[in-house]
Design a protein around this ligand. Structure first.
Ligand code: 8X3
Length: 259
């Protein structure tokens, strides 16, 4: 494994779920961190815990990735020694609702596109030029199996994750003559706050998403991100699709009754 000691990892959407688990996995391997999310109190707790436990440097900021001005302000505020990420984990993303496209509230449509697509582009366009200039770096984009399939009610969310796949491929093409590698991780069901957000706080509906099967956990994805990002520099793992064992597609899921 390529050592992460003294490296810098920038993670978006780092206050919970896959982003938080990835922060822990990388800190454990000695990586310094730049963590952003909208919930700064959560980031403060994570920063204190990681600095105490692993002795790494952690810079946090309250950033809305869907707001380019806010992304630029954040970019300009990072201390010089942590500014150029060795690993950029574009993780921030969300889904709203399962309504048909023609019934979906416009503000939900815009938020998904703004965070999942525009936010991903904003952060990438600010930081990747620094990686290119330095001549090293790894970009890990958190996509989804919703970027491989479309399922009933998935419409806009699926479109945004198809966009993450397309943009990851575009970056890989455009960076082919550089040492920068582009990895896309496409998970199936992972138990996080994702479903609680999707169902706007309805915990019962959210719980049903994972009912009767053992889902993936954020740590499983963090483990994969760590693995793919620490291969020797000549190895680029372009894409990985990862699902719970009892999931085959977005809609073919085996659920045990009474579980
Ligand atoms: C999350 C997976 O199937 O809920 O990205 O869209 S799914």
């Amino acid at each position: 494994m390529d050592s992460l000691k003294g490296k810098t990892t920038l993670i978006t959407g780092a206050s919970a779920g896959i982003g938080k688990a990835t922060a822990y996995a990388f800190a454990k391997e000695g990586s310094n961190l730049v963590l952003i999310a909208r919930r700064i109190e959560k980031l403060e707790e994570i920063k204190n815990d990681l600095e105490d436990t692993y002795g790494v440097k952690v810079f946090i900021d309250k950033v809305d990735v869907s707001d380019f001005e806010d992304c630029k302000r954040f970019f300009n505020s990072i201390p010089e020694n942590l500014k150029t990420p060795d690993i950029l984990v574009n993780n921030a993303g969300l889904a709203f609702g399962m309504e048909k496209l023609i019934e979906k509230p416009i503000e939900d449509i815009e938020k998904m596109i703004d965070v999942n697509v525009k936010g991903f582009i904003y952060i990438t366009n600010l930081f990747v030029p620094l990686m290119v200039e330095r001549g090293s770096g790894t970009i890990v984009n958190v996509g989804s199996i919703a970027g491989r399939e479309v399922y009933p009610g998935g419409n806009v969310y699926c479109a945004t994750k198809h966009a993450v796949k397309a943009l990851s491929s575009a970056l890989r093409i455009e960076l082919v003559d550089t040492p920068i590698r582009v990895i896309e991780i496409a998970p199936g069901l992972v138990e996080t706050e994702f479903s609680i957000v999707r169902f706007k706080g309805d915990k019962e509906k959210a719980k049903n998403v994972y009912k009767g099967l053992t889902p993936l956990y954020p740590e499983d994805i963090a483990d994969l991100i760590l693995y793919t990002a620490t291969r020797p520099p000549h190895v680029q793992i372009n894409e990985v699709v990862i699902m719970p064992t009892n999931q085959a597609t977005t809609t073919i899921i085996h659920r045990e009754e009474n579980e």
